[in-house]
Design a protein around this ligand. Structure first.
Ligand code: ADE
Ligand code: ZN
Length: 326
């Protein structure tokens, strides 16, 4: 079959990747040992066994426990470098990496340690791997808008080290409106804006992410299909959706890949991209998402080119660089 070979070899961008979600269980245990952190799981096997998720929150509980082993600049660098090597192998030419500073600053790890470790890995990837990598700082939506604002204050001295902000963590009960003020500040600062919406939450959260937060892309967004007027708007405005099929199945948004709504999203004319979300937890990196989804939904070569092209076009690189790509 030529489609799997094409999917693997196509140049692509990854636009929805939580770097803390790229920590493999073996790495979590090695870091726990190195840093003297104790984990609620006795072994790699026990941690893997706990990864039978029932919804987003059941995943987040383990994801935050896993991230608790990160303490030093070197830890953050090593985590990002491991991921960037894998991205290069998957022919990712550009990646916009999410990170969750509040998960770390709440444990006493300085913001500066987090961002310096991640940024040095991104810069090294550009030099040594030919992969361009930029950082997007995410606010945790289960925390308050004021907490997010304080995080932005801490980030200001490092403004040049990240290109945008996002919104992640527990979606239900935490509407975008909570973060209207901090996103308005970020907009003033010229930061790019994205938000998770319509993963587990209702289509109304996608609308308020656009209208209240004024985001440029929607992360996930798969529940938009429940609102035809919203679908028409997303299609008309070319709002990119960063869809993560393996994540959606692991978190029980869809029962299996054959029931994923990707085909309907494409048929509706939406600017869909494929991404890995938290690859260490969800069973595969970006090419695995492409391969498994194409097999389950019997997608064709046209869909392959469309998705890869969308990923490059939906990225935040300069128009000049995009023109050279597509
Ligand atoms: N944090 C890490 N992965 C996430 C996801 N899929 N949704 C919300 N928050 C997250
Ligand atoms: Zn995500």
């Amino acid at each position: 079959e030529r489609i799997p070979a094409l999917l693997q070899a196509m140049p692509k961008a990854e636009l929805h990747l939580h770097i803390e979600g790229s920590l493999e269980p073996e790495r979590i245990f090695a870091l726990a040992q190195r840093n003297g952190v104790s984990l609620p799981y006795p072994s790699v096997e026990a941690l893997r066994a706990a990864c039978a998720f029932t919804d987003l929150q059941s995943f987040l509980d383990i994801y935050y426990a896993g991230a608790s082993v990160l303490l030093t600049e070197q830890d953050f660098h090593d985590m990002a470098w491991d991921y960037l090597i894998k991205a290069q192998a998957d022919h990712v030419v550009h990646v916009e990496v999410f990170f969750d500073p509040q998960t770390h600053t709440a444990r006493g790890v300085p913001f500066e340690v987090v961002i310096r470790g991640l940024k040095s890995a991104c810069d090294r990837a550009e030099r040594e791997l030919g992969v361009s990598a930029a950082l997007i700082m995410c606010f945790l939506r289960h925390l308050s808008g004021d907490d997010a604002s304080r995080t932005l204050d801490e980030a200001l001295p490092f403004r040049e080290m990240f290109i945008g902000v996002g919104l992640d963590s527990s979606e239900r009960g935490h509407p975008p409106e909570k973060f209207a003020r901090v996103f308005a500040r970020c907009r003033e600062l010229g930061l790019h804006l994205v938000a998770h919406a319509g993963e587990e939450g209702p289509p109304a959260y996608i609308e308020s992410a656009l209208d209240v937060l004024r985001v440029e892309r929607i992360d996930h967004g798969v529940r938009c299909l429940e609102d035809p007027a919203l679908v028409a708007r997303l299609a008309r405005d070319g709002v990119p959706l960063t869809v993560c099929p393996l994540s959606n199945v692991k978190l029980c948004v869809f029962p299996d890949l054959a029931h994923h709504n990707l085909k309907a999203l494409l048929a509706a004319g939406l600017k869909v991209t494929l991404n890995s979300d938290d690859p260490a937890y969800f069973g595969g990196y970006i090419n695995q998402n492409y391969l498994d989804t194409f097999a389950a939904l019997k997608l064709d070569v046209v869909a392959a080119y469309t998705l890869a092209r969308n990923s490059l076009e939906a990225s935040f690189v300069s128009e000049a660089r995009k023109a050279a790509w597509v």
